[in-house]
Ligand binder design. Structure first.
Ligand code: PLP
Length: 242
């Protein structure tokens, strides 16, 4: 513990974790919900396993990685035994599913029938059913993954046939917005889709998780109905790319 208490990065993670947790709780209450209705997932790309483990010691229970290779490299060092959920939040190639299918309990970035089919096939082979979220390209940006909003319902109908996955909600990364009102519009559109689709009661498709909001906008996202925020730099500090 002596070492830990003096490492400035670890000390700031502890303080940041507390501040973010409080802010999430306040935003939850302001949005008419309870603090425990919002899941705090840490976006851990570039963050070393020891720092992630310190966040776990502080109470963190959801870890989201972007890249399969990095996730695999860190996997054995992360303290999963604390009851921590590992999730994939970045673009996932179909040929990489095999490396993570036994290591994660949610894939948030499903955006093609081919990918959904492969996750389903390999999950069934491993004797399980994978929780997935469908990523929506809410800003229609070419640089980003995700299903176009107008194609979402048909997409969900199509992947609902796969018995090795369980669709549990939606994920989105809105475009960088200069104005808060613009950002709010994207979040509200996501919330509307989330509610509309939930009401359609498609077989095998549930709308329990709406994953939106990052360091710069998580309170706004919660006020617009987010049930999960994915936070990186506010928790761990600016990312240091190797
Ligand atoms: C990096 C990342 C985040 C967190 O970003 P911050 O702005 O550092 O909080 C959230 N979601 C995804 C998909 C990411 O890649």
């Amino acid at each position: 513990m002596t070492e830990k208490c003096c490492d400035p990065r670890l000390m700031s993670v502890e303080e940041n974790y507390k501040v973010i947790t409080e802010r999430i709780a306040e935003a939850a209450v302001r949005s008419g919900r309870r603090p425990e209705d919002i899941t705090f997932l840490a976006a851990t790309k570039t963050v070393p396993a020891e720092v992630i483990n310190h966040a776990i010691d502080c109470g963190l229970r959801f870890v989201g990685e972007n890249r399969v290779q990095e996730f695999i490299e860190k996997y054995d060092k992360i303290n999963w035994a604390a009851g921590v959920s590992g999730q994939i939040i970045g673009r996932l190639q179909t040929n990489k599913v095999k490396y993570i299918v036994d290591k994660v309990d949610c894939i948030q970035s499903v955006d093609s029938v081919k990918l959904a089919g492969e996750i389903s096939r390999l999950s069934e082979k491993a004797g399980r059913r994978m929780r997935v979220l469908v990523e929506v390209n809410i800003g229609g940006e070419e640089s980003k993954g995700g299903v176009a909003p107008e194609a979402l319902e048909a997409f969900l109908e199509e992947i609902s046939a796969f018995s090795g996955i369980l669709v549990d909600g939606l994920m989105a990364i809105p475009p960088i917005c200069a104005k808060k009102t613009e950002l709010r519009n994207y979040f509200f559109r996501m919330q509307q889709s989330f509610i509309d689709i939930g009401a359609k009661k498609i077989d095998n498709v549930f709308m329990n998780c709406l994953s939106m909001g990052m360091s710069s906008d998580y309170e706004e996202a919660i006020l617009c109905g987010s049930t999960m925020v994915r936070i990186g730099s506010s928790l761990f500090g600016q990312r240091i790319y190797p």
